[in-house]
Design a protein. Sequence first.
Length: 124
Amino acid sequence: MPVLSEPQRLELLKLLHEKPQMSQRDLAQAMGVSLGKANYCLRALIKKGLVKLENFRNNPNKRRYTYLLTAAGFEEKTRITMTFLKRKISEYEALEREIEQLRGDLKRRQSQLAEHVDRRAGDQ
């Protein structure tokens, strides 16, 4: 049974919000998943009450309907976005610390190399 990761769920909710009339095939292609997985994930979002279909029964062309985010869908999208943003900020701050540490290490090594070269030049 396909499982949608949180980043994929966020991407799907964003796509549906931006382009509610996308076909399942277009959604699958945009997300880089199979059509079957896109269908499964859409059904799961509908079942959870995050997405609803509009004009499905009234439209003679069953492939032409709109996926609309519900209020719960907007809340979920916001919640996932906030979680994702917090995680990325934490990763960014950790990366900044690592970069500063590497810069410090590099400066110390350059100083040690300069001292070593100076000592060797003095020995000659």
